[in-house]
Design a protein. Structure first.
Length: 418
């Protein structure tokens, strides 16, 4: 009978002992999704907060979560405490019964390391325009080229894409209408597969006139290592040095040269109509197109933006509360007649940040931050804004990723157990 009485306690002890071997996997299953969601949420909030700060001409700032150390602890105790009784019917011996006591304590003590992103290298990347190759890479993904160009181009063949919007709020409206019309036409062309970006390999002469007597096998090998190639001249006893060069081009489908959208695109961006390809360059054309051919350009010259310029551009989509506009807290852009310029004309179908009062963010907010006693948020139902925000967030990670310097301060925060 004594054995039967103790069976439940024996089973409980076994469960406690053998459950310890699964605490590690269970802790990982429970904690990893929560940490993942927390990092995602705070990263999105930090980007939106910096966009809102720029709208108020405030300084942006960022912290990088460089490490998370999660420490899980499980403490188990089992005791048998003697129970003493003065009753005459108690069992013989110094005590009348054994009272089992079980104790189970669990603790989670995470430690976060935060690194301020304000060193020289970080600032340089923030101000460095994206290269032409990066813009073309984005345009070849599933993102609409019109979206990529509207975000990352200052101008195309010196047709302005709201260039004054790439900094603090300007006093006068930007020049943007022609660029948007051209981009709308281009996107329709791309959707109908009339145009495509390609990369063509060409041989570029890097040197010539090297006599055969001065050539050697080691010269050929060293040239090949550096990406060059020596070729013997057909008629001269000499060698010419060439280098492979990849040239980006916009190709036009030959049977669509009279397409109305193509003619609109060529007219707005000063291109020579009737061409089946246009070479893409970056910052090569003269701002005033001095010496440009009368029939039109045969190149598309792109002036890219930096990440900071992109964030300034998006900051004009922040809808500020009327009281902030009246008080001058949020600067305004005015039309020549004194009316407030509506920035949604520039950023239509691209990005929009709403504002609201209250103790909590709106229920339909996709991501929200509190600033100047208001909530600023992207609407969960605004598909275009969410897509643009996702693209900029991804590019922020790419553009600003890099190893922190040894002198960069790191803030490590041990959080209390729970």
């Amino acid at each position: 009978m004594m054995v039967v009485r103790w069976l439940p306690w024996i089973a409980a002890v076994c469960c406690m002992v053998f459950s310890g071997c699964t605490i590690g996997p269970r802790a990982l299953e429970n904690s990893r999704p929560r940490y993942n969601e927390a990092i995602k949420k705070t990263t999105e909030e930090q980007l939106l907060l910096n966009i809102v700060r720029l709208r108020y001409t405030d300084t942006p700032s960022s912290l990088a979560v460089t490490s998370i150390a999660a420490q899980h602890e499980l403490v188990k105790n089992l005791k048998l405490v003697p129970f003493f009784s003065a009753s005459q019917n108690s069992m013989p011996g110094p005590f009348s019964a054994l009272l089992p006591q079980a104790e189970l304590n669990a603790a989670d003590r995470p430690t976060y390391s935060l690194t301020p992103q304000d060193d020289q290298d970080f600032t340089k990347r923030l101000f460095t325009p994206i290269p032409l190759e990066g813009i073309l890479y984005l345009s070849k993904t599933t993102w609409p080229t019109a979206t990529v160009f509207r975000l990352w181009l200052e101008n195309l063949n010196w047709v302005s894409n709201a260039e004054t919007a790439s900094g603090p709020t300007p006093r006068m409206p930007p020049d943007y209408a022609d660029f948007l019309t051209g981009m709308d036409a281009f996107q329709r062309l791309q959707d109908r597969k009339v145009v495509a970006f390609v990369s063509e390999e060409r041989d570029e002469k890097a040197g010539e006139g090297l006599p055969t007597a001065q050539m050697s096998g080691s010269s050929l090998v060293e040239a090949a290592k550096a990406g060059f190639e020596f070729r013997k001249h057909d008629k001269k006893d000499a060698w010419t040095l060439f280098k492979k060069k990849h040239v980006a081009q916009l190709r036009i489908r030959p049977d669509a040269l009279k397409d109305p959208d193509l003619l609109t695109f060529c007219g707005i961006f000063r291109l020579k109509p009737g061409e089946t390809s246009y070479e893409l360059t970056s910052d090569k054309e003269d701002p005033f197109l001095t010496g440009a051919p009368k029939g039109g350009l045969v190149k598309l010259d792109l002036e890219p933006r930096s990440l900071l310029q992109v964030l300034f551009y998006l900051s004009h989509a922040v809808q500020v509360p009327p009281e902030h506009a009246r008080s001058g807290l949020a600067p305004l852009t005015l039309e020549p007649d004194g009316r407030v310029f509506a920035w949604d004309q520039v950023l239509r179908g691209l990005f929009k940040v709403c504002s609201a009062r209250g103790h909590r963010p709106p229920a339909h907010a996709y991501v929200a931050v509190r600033y100047h006693d208001h909530w600023y948020y992207i609407d969960q139902r605004d598909r275009d804004s969410k897509a643009t925000f996702s693209l900029v967030l991804a590019m922020t990670r790419i553009e600003l990723s890099g190893k922190m310097g040894a002198s960069t301060p790191v803030l490590t925060l041990p959080l209390g157990g729970r």
